[in-house]
Design a protein around this ligand. Structure first.
Ligand SMILES: [Zn+2]
Length: 478
């Protein structure tokens, strides 16, 4: 990384359901990357938040018979509570109903308008409320949206404002061809393919007659902003743009910018949003990283209607925050779909945590407390290049595997050298072996910092105090 400041953001979820495990993955991944960049001495801005406008939310609130503002407040709270549940280090939580965000979305509109990139057009099409967008005929399956087969498509005819995305075709191709602009590579191909073959101007407003829960169009009260045009601006409004020039310059213009998103977001994040930035004359996002989906057993989609949804809150209540972080970051692929089942979770918990790092910590510190007078001299400067390289590539799973490789090696070292026996016959030699183990354990704790921050701190302070844990770090579960 060649920049002093680092910026990372998650997408902002719609607030029409409680937080699910898939979004917890995105949060925890982004948090690990943010913590890594702090660890190497960069100043970091990590943002998340909630997307609170649009027809879907309006209708959901009406269905509940609730005032829409109360409705979004309730869910925004659920999402911001994840900061504690998942031990997130985010610097801001942006809500699209914040007054400052609304001002920013209006400013973005004006900038694109001045550029001549916004025009009015009569439009008739099939509209999916689930997607909050028009569905092209070729994507319709059995008269329904493929993503929302239980929802009826609405035939909608209205005059909307459109964004001249096609004007930026060449510029987008150039941007998307930059190495690393989209990660992983196959998503980069997908983005390029979309721009080259399927990209059209997109509608960025909705008639106020249908619903009014959105930001009014500057200069035209009859329309509200399309929720995507509004929501995408959060990536810069979170920095106080356009008002707070200093912060915006520091982290967006002069920083290294990364957005983390789900694999279904490519068109929105890497194309639409980048086109808007080009129009407004704002620098593009440096890198956008796409993760896969968490599925249920056998790769089935997790959904409320199927009833296989796993709640991050419940897992944390029973197993603790770091156990969930461990599973999400190690057992779930960083880029492709992976299943999350309680069976897999328990197995990974027992083998990687209870019998893994937990047991190792107890064994080593029991010996050191007994045989060493004090904590040996520790270093904060050991070589982590290989590990850092994996995190630079956002391959968090491999980075976590690397740590557990070190844990395995240390386990092996104890088994072959048997310091607990050696120390009884040759104290000096035994102490030397124990010291080596303690230092290696400390190194592992340092590696754990971005992945399991609490466990990392716990082990580090136990090592410094030369004390064995008073209780197992991770209790074995049956
Ligand atoms: Zn849909």
């Amino acid at each position: 990384m060649d920049k002093k400041t680092f910026y990372i953001t998650t997408t902002i979820p719609y607030v029409n359901a409680d937080p699910h495990i898939g979004f917890a993955l995105e949060l925890v991944q982004s948090d690990a990357i943010a913590r890594y960049h702090r660890l190497v001495g960069q100043e970091v801005f990590f943002s998340t938040g909630t997307d609170e406008h649009g027809q879907k939310i309006w209708e959901a609130s009406q269905k509940e018979g609730e005032d829409v503002q109360d409705y979004v407040d309730h869910f925004a709270k659920q999402f911001s509570n994840l900061k504690g549940t998942l031990n997130l280090s985010n610097d801001n939580f942006i809500r699209t109903t914040d007054a400052s965000h609304i001002k920013a979305a209006e400013e973005m509109w004006k900038l694109c308008e001045v550029k001549g990139d916004i025009y009015k057009k009569k439009y008739k099409g099939l509209y999916c409320v689930g997607c909050e967008k028009f569905i092209t005929e070729k994507d319709v399956i059995d008269g329904k949206c493929p993503l929302h087969p239980t929802k009826e498509l609405e035939v909608v005819e209205e005059e909307n404002y459109f964004f001249r995305l096609t004007k930026y075709k060449d510029e987008l191709i150039k941007y998307l061809s930059l190495p690393g602009s989209v990660i992983p590579e196959w998503r980069q191909k997908e983005a390029l393919d979309f721009v080259e073959n399927g990209m059209e101007d997109f509608s960025i407003s909705r008639s106020k007659e249908r619903f009014s829960w959105g930001i009014p169009i500057p200069g035209d009260e009859s329309q509200v902003m399309y929720v995507w045009f509004d929501a995408l601006v959060n990536y810069i409004s979170t920095l106080g743009w356009p008002e707070n020039k200093e912060k915006f310059e520091k982290f967006w213009e002069n920083g290294y910018t990364v957005q983390n998103a789900g694999k279904d977001m490519v068109k929105f994040q890497s194309v639409m949003w980048q086109g808007m930035l080009m129009s407004a004359g704002i620098q593009n996002t440096k890198q956008i990283v796409y993760h896969g989906f968490i599925t249920g057993e056998g790769g089935v989609k997790m959904s409320k209607s199927i009833g296989n949804v796993i709640s991050p809150e419940e897992i944390v209540k029973e197993y603790g925050t770091d156990a969930l972080r461990y599973f999400l970051l190690r057992e779930i692929s960083s880029f492709e779909d992976s299943p999350f089942t309680m069976e897999r979770f328990k197995e990974a918990y027992n083998s990687g945590l209870a019998n893994g790092i937990g047991n190792l910590t107890s064994r080593i510190l029991t010996l050191s407390e007994k045989y060493l007078e004090k904590c040996p001299e520790i270093s904060e400067q050991s070589d982590m290049i290989e590990y850092f390289k994996l995190l630079e590539q956002f391959d968090i799973k491999q980075a976590t595997d690397y740590i557990w490789g070190k844990i395995g090696e240390l386990d092996q070292f104890i088994q072959t050298t048997e310091p607990f026996k050696v120390v009884k016959v040759d104290e000096a030699k035994g102490k030397e072996l124990i010291t080596k183990m303690v230092l290696e354990l400390y190194f592992i704790a340092r590696l754990l910092n971005p992945i399991m921050p609490e466990t990392s701190e716990k082990i580090k302070s136990l090592v410094r105090e030369n004390k064995k844990p008073s209780a197992p770090l991770f209790l074995r579960k049956e």
